[in-house]
Design a protein around this ligand. Sequence first.
Ligand code: T46
Length: 135
Amino acid sequence: MSLIKWIEFQILGDERGSLVALERERNVPFDIRRVYYIYKTEQGVSRGYHAHRNLRQVAMCVAGSCKMVLDDGFQREEVVMDCPTRGLLIESMMWREMHDFSEDCVLLVLASEPYLESDYIRDYQKFVAECRHEG
Ligand code: T46
């Protein structure tokens, strides 16, 4: 089963341009408790390299592009994020890495929980062990 779960957003466009609305129940499968965005990432820099024990997120590139790697401890998949009208659902216990940010990339993320450092797993071997219930 693929790790890549896209949520397609309806475009509420008219002659003035496009608009996307993100709303609990309608197109976001959790209560949104936090929103953050990543922008002006230096060229050649990669981010992420962690998983979350509890957090669920929907991520979308509202400008530019980047690559997202997802890994559930058993398989690894990579996708290009370059479309403001679809979000990537990132479930808990999913290792993520972000690479190849374009200069103009703005990665917007909706999160199900407030920021909590203790929810992060930053060691890949520890993450794999927890996935396989060895930790
Ligand atoms: C994720 C990917 C897609 C906060 O204080 N509050 C926040 O809500 C966040 C997200 C970060 N921070 C602080 C913690 C660090 O000192 O901002 C700094 C950079 O965060 P981090 O190194 O975790 O950033 P990324 O780009 O590696 O990862 C972030 C999210 O943390 C993570 O949940 O899934 O983006």
